[in-house]
Structures are given as structure tokens and as C-alpha cells.
Design a protein around this ligand. Structure first.
Ligand SMILES: Nc1ncnc2c1ncn2[C@@H]1O[C@H](COP(=O)(O)OP(=O)(O)OP(=O)(O)O)[C@@H](O)[C@H]1O
Ligand SMILES: [Mg+2]
Length: 264
């Protein structure tokens, strides 16, 4: 793969978990979660990653966002190996690559009100200090995700799942990322709220030109959201292509099965 083509990519990624060691500490039981993954997302596009539970989707996403280290293989951001970055380059990468998770409530500090939830990344990444400029920016992003300013004084425990996911989206967006890794962002939401959140993500992508890595077990949702799709099975990518190709003319039986389940 040509790393320069992608804003974020992984090359030959393996992840093994040691499940048991013998008395001298040698691994005797190892689980291979991800086996030789190569994938990348281009500027402004959505790469969908789909596969059944346990196929290694979250592991792959977390490795691309450096939430966990691969056993072997490399991650490149803007063509640069993240393990060879200077502190400054790495700090930029951490700001430029954001996450949205399945359960937004558990990804927020329950002691923070929503203003503080949105303030935290701005302070941590050294983007701005407290003051009028920050207040205006936070209000701006609250509006962008379709919420009202009075939500800023509330605590995550008081919000609905859909409101919380909108806050999680605002928190990811407020640092002006280049890539958002969305790991099952609507799986915990009611069907009617799912559509609202998916459309919000699509509208914001058009406006802000962000790349998404969109992880889901539902190939129907992945097809709706993605330009290209990678299908994962038992830790490997077994099929890739444009969303139209993969959805209309799947090559692998496994992909066909995922599609027939989605159409029920
Ligand atoms: N810390 C760990 N120790 C051992 N095995 C792990 C660990 N984390 C993940 N695994 C295993 O690695 C495999 C891939 O897990 P992963 O969470 O990436 O799957 P997934 O495709 O995201 O599944 P889901 O759709 O359920 O979220 C699973 O079999 C899982 O049990
Ligand atoms: Mg997962």
C-alpha cells in the first residue's frame, strides 16, 4: 500500500493477546485477534469496517488511534510512522485523530457537566485557554450537533443516549480533527435516533471535510455511510471495494451472508 495516499493507515498489523504463561513466564496460550491487516482512509472519505462480533474491528480501530499497541506492524499518519514521531508530531496526531464510541455516557467523566466535557480536550491539547473565545466555540459546536445551549450546565447522567452521542460528536469535532474513528456509534441507540445521528455525521463530514473510519457489525449502515468498505472475518480483511461494489456484487460468501442478514 502507498502510505502517501492515506491520511491514516495501518500496515501489516498483528495483535496477539497472551492468555496464559508457564512458570518461567513464557506464553503458552496466545490469541491472535488481528492478523496482518492493511487498511487506510483517505482525506475526507469514509472507510467502513464491517464484520461480526469478535472479528477484530475495535482492535483495529484502537491500534490506528494508538489506544493500544500492535504486536507487530506500523501505523502511519500523514505518511509518518507514529512510533517514530517527534513529541510535537505525536501531539498533533493525537489531536487530529479522534474517537466516537458506542456508549457515549461511559466515555464521559460523570463529574463533568457538558461545558466541562467540551472544555477538556481544548485544554488538554493546548488549543485555547478559558475565556470568551472558548465559550463561543463551545456554543458553536453545541449548535452544530443540533442541541440547545442550556444543555451545557447539565451532567451526562441527565441526558438521553442520543443527546449524549451528539455531545460525544461535538467533543470529537471541537479540536478540528482530520479523522474520526467511529466505533459502533449508533448501536446503543433507538432506530429513530440512529438515523438522526448517522445523518448528522454525514452532514458534518461534508461541512468539515473529515475522514471517518466507520466501524459497525451492520453492513446496511456501513453501506449507507461509506465510500469504501473493508469486510473483516476472524481478524483478517477478507474483502474490500467501493461500498457500491461490495454491497451490490459481494465476492465472498461471508459478505453475502452479512448482506442477507442486513436486508431482513
Ligand atoms: N484484552 C484482550 N484479551 C484477550 N482477548 C481480547 C482482548 N481484547 C479483545 N480480545 C479478543 O479479540 C477479538 C477481537 O476483539 P474486538 O473487540 O476487536 O472485536 P470486534 O470486531 O470489535 O467485536 P464487537 O463487534 O463485539 O465489538 C475477540 O475475539 C476478543 O475476544
Ligand atoms: Mg467492537
Amino acid at each position: 500500500m502507498n502510505k502517501e495516499d492515506y491520511v491514516l493507515c495501518g500496515e501489516n498489523i498483528y495483535k496477539e493477546y497472551i492468555l496464559a504463561k508457564n512458570l518461567i513466564g513464557k506464553p503458552i496460550k496466545v490469541f491472535k485477534s488481528v492478523k496482518g491487516i492493511e487498511l487506510g482512509v483517505k482525506c475526507g472519505e469514509t472507510l467502513g469496517v464491517v464484520g461480526e462480533s469478535g472479528s477484530g474491528k475495535s482492535t483495529t480501530g484502537e491500534i490506528l488511534g494508538d489506544l493500544q499497541k500492535p504486536t507487530s506492524g506500523n501505523v502511519y499518519y500523514m505518511g509518518k510512522n507514529i512510533s517514530e514521531m517527534t513529541d510535537e508530531e505525536y501531539r498533533k496526531y493525537r489531536g487530529d485523530v479522534q474517537f466516537i464510541f458506542q456508549d457515549p455516557k461511559s466515555s464521559m467523566n460523570p463529574k463533568f457537566n457538558i461545558y466541562e466535557v467540551l472544555k477538556e480536550p481544548l485544554i488538554t491539547l493546548g488549543i485555547m485557554s478559558e475565556g470568551e473565545e472558548m465559550d463561543n466555540l463551545i456554543k458553536d459546536y453545541i449548535q452544530k450537533v443540533g442541541l440547545d445551549e442550556d444543555i451545557l450546565n447539565k451532567y451526562p447522567s441527565r441526558l438521553s443516549g442520543g443527546q449524549c452521542q451528539r455531545i460525544a460528536i461535538a467533543r470529537a469535532l471541537i479540536v478540528r480533527p482530520k479523522v474520526i474513528i467511529c466505533d459502533e456509534p449508533v448501536s446503543a441507540l433507538d432506530v429513530s435516533v440512529q438515523a438522526q445521528i448517522l445523518n448528522l455525521l454525514r452532514d458534518l463530514q461534508k461541512e468539515l471535510k473529515i475522514a471517518y473510519i466507520f466501524i459497525s457489525h451492520d453492513i446496511g449502515i456501513v453501506n449507507y455511510m461509506s465510500d469504501r468498505i473493508a469486510v473483516m472475518y476472524l481478524g483478517e480483511i477478507i474483502e474490500t471495494g467501493t461500498a457500491d461494489e461490495v454491497f451490490a456484487t459481494p465476492k465472498e460468501d461471508y459478505t453475502k451472508k452479512l448482506i442477507s442478514c442486513a436486508l431482513i
